[in-house]
Design a protein around this ligand. Sequence first.
Ligand code: PLP
Length: 439
Amino acid sequence: MIDPKAVHATLAKHQLADGFPFVMDLERSQGSWIYDSRANRRYLDFFTCFASWPIGYNHPGTLEESFRREIELAGRNNPANSDLYTTQMADFVEAFATQVTPAEYPYHFWVAGGALAVENALKVAFDWKAHKVGVDQVHDGNDLVILHFKAAFHGRSGYTMSLTNTVKDKVALFPKFDWPRVHNPGIVFDLDGNIANDIEAEEAKACAEIEAAFQKYPGRIAGILIEPMQGEGGDVHFRTEFLAKLRQYADQHEALLLFDEVQTGFFGSGKPWLWQIKGVAPDVVAFGKKTQVCGIYASKRVDEVPDNVFHHSSRINSTWGGNLVDMVRCRKFIEIILAEKLGDNVAARGEELIQGLRGIAREKGNISNVRGVGSLVAFTLDSPETRNAMIKAMRERELLVLPSGPQAIRFRLPLVVSAEEVNQALERTSEALSTLVGA
Ligand SMILES: Cc1ncc(COP(=O)(O)O)c(C=O)c1O
């Protein structure tokens, strides 16, 4: 096997290899800690592989012999799950659909990758809307559009590039659809967690733009798509009142309300889905990352069109329909998360982190808008340059975090994180901040 010190050079001969400078040791990484076998250092993992790794590394539950046999068998074979079924797949689907998806959502579709999950949510909406208005009225669907938001990130595949608008380089120069994009009325929090900006004015601006879009595209808006909390766009939180307005618009104008929970879902907020905390139920949810298997689930509203994509063969599909190894792993994760009440754990730990960060902000200044829920916690610095320097200073203290929007930092906690680890992260954050502000 290649020496850890040669990993980057080996990769760089054949591909772009500008990722993290360390090499993850899959055996020695444990729980909330990533072991770097290049420099023999241990990092506190508060980025969790871009919010995709839920239960820490080498969780004891995944070392059990029966699970090892099951995942090894799935790993040695790779059935085309969409059409060729196995008991392993049925075990996974049953667990996900009864223990993670709420009962009001009877339809599921599985695929590999979060962007493709979102794309298929869009396809559900396009097909549904085309049937609603009359398939001969929308020029083979070409007149249909998706209303979406500024600072949204939905992926980098075909349709989703027309929606993603965080960092220009990610979508520039690729052909895109010109779909209606409206203001994102994010909350700014003060250090007591109260709303500090004029959120009603923000929401009024967004609503005016949405209403203008419905006038500009009469009968053509197939779906309203939003991340219930925008991740890459800057950990932008919305009020329940605003999401409820979107629900109203979707009902009034016969559009589907689509939530992208690729980053927020699967207990990231403490609950299976962030929308359950917000109390506004969408029609279709796209999921990925922590779920391992990506995909969508949909409510019975889709049955207003009887011949919808969940009944009509091959309207949405892919060869593998997700991956069986991911299915086996996800089923085990569900078992572990529920047995160990990891949703409750991360809800409590996230709150401790938020309170600790607010304490640091009061003491040292220079950070603001501390916000979050469960594993999804962020704060803002005073400029993009300070933010980048802060990430570097945190990494030097062996704490891994992510940028968020132009000048924020986001934590994505493992659901297994302990109170002690949260304390360590706070200490390291405070020290890193001191190096920046000379406090
Ligand atoms: C909200 C959201 N949607 C979609 C995606 C795309 O997922 P993937 O990178 O698996 O295609 C991401 C990835 O970061 C995301 O955060």
